[in-house]
Design a protein around this ligand. Structure first.
Ligand SMILES: NC(=O)c1ccc[n+]([C@@H]2O[C@H](COP(=O)([O-])OP(=O)(O)OC[C@H]3O[C@@H](n4cnc5c(N)ncnc54)[C@H](O)[C@@H]3O)[C@@H](O)[C@H]2O)c1
Ligand SMILES: N[C@H](CO)Cc1c[nH]c[nH+]1
Length: 434
């Protein structure tokens, strides 16, 4: 099995051009995918359950008589929890507890303050009524994504959490069901892809319409989320997984190689990049990648991912490494260096930052506590990890005393007349005291 991976030097003239080529992930705007997803979304919107069943048969090879047959009962979820091996149950419990306690810190509360005359201003925080969680299930199963999606929703106080997950060939994953049980998911429906997103956005005879859809997925899922945005809220467009490791050359090359594989094994489109000022180290990691690749269960996927989108990048020093980090804005950043805290101040764009040689990104995928649903494809420049705040919305509070209404009425009147909105002006002027 041969390893192919691009080798770049940040000081060479073609660096920016080669890097841009590697970073491009334009599948979401691919015309073929757009057309296919638009057709699926329209059909589900128009024909509800019947269309969902058709696409589930076609894409997931599940031949159900009704969508109701694809709803997993609460008893079945509990049964999965009770019957999975004890080691899995304990690991899920530890992960769920850690994810819950981390996310409890994110909960924002309503606030208000009074001005001197007693007028009140503030913000009322309200959880969403109903959230839809997409848990991917095409090429792998993700019990961890169940926890990462559902626990923040429950911490926020969402009344009803509806989870969709595809089951290719109809095979239910017991750990996914057990995770749904422990995370307190209200409804689980085994549908996936664009048809599941459309069903959650518009509602069908069986699938309840939700207020917001969160969670990662492949290009069909990402394209569908973008298409239904507006009808429902969405968290972000999370694309294929990514890791950027910055290493000073002193970490075991096998550790770094396996950290790169940990994301490359997700998907042929996943991206794993190593940046180092040490040319010998880059070569040693390349050798480790070559030796370890055939030992992976998912070597075929990882091989394509590294060949198409992976890179080993030589930089002059760690300051130049930081420039590369901020240029790429990776989903996951591993700072495999002596003093990560010295670098952290300069890092502006990254979904999650793993500090120090011992902090493998994989720990964050499962059980460190922070969320593993993160901005990808450079969107960490402007967006944040999935969190409790994604399931809370805010309403402004304003209560004026008669005196404040009179005082502000004069200001509003001038501004409203400046905009030629005279009904606004007169509404405010009614409250002005002589
Ligand atoms: N960012 C995160 O937190 C995170 C977590 C887990 C996974 N991921 C990423 O999520 C993605 C999961 O992708 P996946 O494919 O394994 O699962 P998925 O559930 O996203 O997609 C499977 C669905 O895609 C649809 N589909 C497949 N081929 C199709 C076609 N030709 N036409 C229309 N629809 C089609 C099917 O309906 C199927 O149910 C990976 O890229 C992985 O890296 C990200
Ligand atoms: N690495 C993924 C986020 O990009 C999350 C995950 C789930 N399971 C393993 N990893």
């Amino acid at each position: 099995m041969t390893l192919e991976i691009a080798q770049l030097d940040a000081n060479q003239s073609d660096f920016e051009q080669r890097l841009n080529g590697l970073l491009a992930w334009d599948s979401v705007s691919d015309q073929g995918v757009q057309t296919a997803v638009a057709e699926i979304v329209t059909s589900v919107r128009q024909r509800g359950d019947a269309a969902v069943l058709e696409y589930t048969r076609r894409f997931d090879r599940v031949d159900a008589a009704s969508v109701a047959d694809l709803v997993v009962s609460a008893d079945r979820l509990e049964h999965a929890w009770n019957t999975i091996p004890a080691a899995q149950r304990e690991a899920l419990q530890v992960a769920a507890d850690r994810v819950r306690s981390y996310h409890q810190h994110q909960k924002t509360e309503s606030w208000s303050y009074r001005e001197a005359d007693g007028s009140l201003l503030g913000q009322k925080v309200t959880p969403l009524d109903r959230a839809g969680l997409y848990v991917p299930g095409g090429k792998a199963t993700y019990p961890s994504s169940v926890l990462m999606n559902a626990i923040p929703a429950k911490v926020a106080g969402v009344a009803e959490v509806v989870m969709v997950v595809p089951t290719p060939g109809g095979e239910l994953n017991e750990m996914v069901l057990a995770a749904a049980h422990i995370a307190g998911v209200d409804t689980v429906i085994t549908i996936g892809g664009a048809q599941a997103i459309a069903a959650l956005a518009y509602g069908t005879e069986t699938v309840p319409r939700v207020d917001k859809i969160v969670g990662p997925g492949n290009i069909y899922v990402a394209t569908a989320k973008r298409m239904v945005f507006g009808q429902v809220g969405i968290d972000m467009i999370a694309g294929p997984s990514e890791i950027l490791v910055v290493c000073d050359g002193k970490t075991d090359p096998d550790w770094v190689a396996m950290d790169m594989f940990s994301q490359a094994e997700h998907d042929e489109d996943a991206q794993s990049i190593l940046v180092s000022p040490d040319a010998d180290f880059l070569e040693r990691v390349r050798a480790s990648l070559e030796t370890l690749l055939p030992t992976l269960e998912r070597s075929a996927i990882a091989q394509v991912s590294l060949a198409n989108r992976g890179a080993l990048i030589k930089v002059s020093d760690l300051d130049q490494a930081v420039e590369v980090i901020n240029r790429i804005a990776p989903e996951h950043l591993e700072l495999s260096v002596d003093d990560p805290e010295a670098i952290i101040e300069k890092v502006r764009h990254a979904g999650a930052i793993f500090m120090g040689r011992y902090t493998a990104e994989a720990l964050g995928d499962y059980c460190a506590g922070p969320n593993h649903v993160l901005p990808t494809s450079g969107t960490a420049r402007y967006s944040s990890p999935l969190g409790v705040y994604d399931f809370q919305k805010r309403s402004s509070l304003i209560m004026c005393t008669a005196e404040k209404a009179s005082e502000l009425g004069k200001v509003a009147s001038v501004l409203a007349r400046g905009e030629s909105l005279t009904a606004h002006a007169r509404s405010a002027e009614y409250r002005i005291k002589d």
